[in-house]
Design a protein around this ligand. Structure first.
Ligand SMILES: *Cc1c(COP(=O)(O)O)cnc(C)c1O
Length: 238
């Protein structure tokens, strides 16, 4: 294992997460690591599995479908983190264990119908838009309460556990941090309303470049791609 191996990077990031968690005065072990393997080949994922990882984030339905076939001998749990078109709901209902990019009623309805056909359920986080960047997907915070009530009533196969966001992509750490704080406050506001069937204990926020700020603001899960697997050879739309 050299210093730049996937295993070494995972070990390093876990140590950093633990330090940041402690520095934020939060309980040890309260921040999970979700490795994001999008664009990286199955061999890279096998290395991360050998280093103890079991869940992997991907942002394309087709990549989850293809990789779950190649890695059928493992017990990887696939987590959809990218924008999902309703016509791809079947792939996610069939192959994923979780979706963190649930952001609109039509998608919930499409997933619910497909999950019923497959006889499956999915863990789910609602993706909320906390920045004003035009390119970011996610639900408008003003629509969150109504959407959560809708999910609780109409989509029992989506087990909603919390919220996810992507911060503004800027150098300005105050602006980045404000996005994460916004998500936590929204979660607190929704929890205080005690919407029947809704318990938002998870906050998925923080990526390779900003997870320190996210942990300081209460993240329970950081989604780390390039800091584990290396630079991606394309620019992601998200
Ligand atoms: C790609 C991606 C990540 C990981 O980004 P890195 O900067 O490579 O850590 C996290 N979340 C989402 C939604 C992504 O699409």
């Amino acid at each position: 294992m050299n210093d730049h191996s996937i295993a070494a990077r995972i070990t390093g990031i876990r140590a950093r997460i633990d330090q940041l968690t402690e520095a934020a005065g939060r309980p040890a072990g309260s921040v999970a690591l979700l490795p994001v393997s999008k664009t990286f080949p199955p061999d890279a994922i096998r290395e991360a599995i050998a280093a103890g990882m079991t869940r992997f984030g991907e942002n394309k339905a087709q990549e989850i479908r293809d990789k779950s076939a190649v890695l059928a001998d493992t017990d990887v749990r696939w987590v959809m983190i990218g924008h999902l078109q309703t016509n791809k709901a079947r792939d996610i209902a069939r192959h994923a264990h979780e979706i963190q990019s649930l952001d609109r009623p039509e998608l919930a309805t499409a997933l619910e119908r497909r999950l019923e056909i497959e006889g499956r359920s999915l863990d789910a986080l609602v993706q909320v838009k906390t920045s004003h960047e035009p390119s970011k997907f996610g639900l408008d915070p003003a629509e969150l309460e109504e959407f959560l009530s809708f999910l609780a009533a109409e989509a029992p196969r989506l087990r909603v556990q919390g919220l996810m966001t992507m911060a503004v992509n800027e150098e300005d750490t105050d602006a980045v941090r404000a996005c994460f704080r916004r998500l936590r406050e929204l979660r607190d506001t929704m929890q205080a309303k005690s919407i029947p069937g809704v318990n938002l204990h998870r906050l998925s926020m923080g990526m390779s470049g900003d997870y320190g700020l996210a942990i300081a603001e209460g993240s329970t899960e950081v989604r780390i791609g390039s800091a584990i697997f290396g630079d991606r050879s394309y620019t992601s739309k998200q």
